[in-house]
Design a protein around this ligand. Sequence first.
Ligand code: DX5
Ligand code: ZN
Length: 215
Amino acid sequence: MAIISPSMLSCDFANIQRDVEMINASSADWFHIDVMDGVFVPNISFGFPVLAAMSKHAKKTMDVHLMIVNPDQYVAEFKKAGAHYLTVHYEACTHLHRTIQLIKAEGMKVGVALNPHTPLSVLEEILPELDLVLIMSVNPGFGGQKFINASVEKVAKLKSMIVAKNLKTLIEVDGGVNLETGARLVKAGADALVAGSFVFGSENPAQTIAELKKL
Ligand code: DX5
Ligand code: ZN
């Protein structure tokens, strides 16, 4: 049974509280929060006030995915706004080890995200430091994109790296997740699934979450 982390990027921003309550009452495990800066990715989502407003009503783990450059300067602010997991992009961090220590020092769980083209080998040395690896199965920046099939093999490969090192690092996958791609990902070793448009674009989001939860 995978951890289900609905992406709030696809919620109705005019009804954030309603959608947060829907997730609270559903079988979802986490809230996935996408922060975009218009520099690392060609899109801007939302920042601290919106995250803090969501956190105020959310009764589950806040899984924050930063698609921003220079995350170090905002780590403490994300903690204040309610983040439990803070995931940064490998591609955005020159001194990744330092960034990871900063996140841990603030008392948060730490994740590193990899773009579709970034090989797993870049994590070789840092893997034991991580609570989570986020495999991007689309190019980050937008919801509703097509799943990149090579991600399934990437998850399986990462799973064997984690098992070989006897680690407890979670594998999360983000982008184009639905019941079909989700089933393949769980089989390959994914522990957590992010789903945005598949959940919020469905007629009954809570039921869609329950179906994903059964994978
Ligand atoms: C994309 C974001 C995702 C996005 C996923 O850059 O990181 O979390 O919301 O959306 P779907 O599930 O619609 O592909
Ligand atoms: Zn995301």
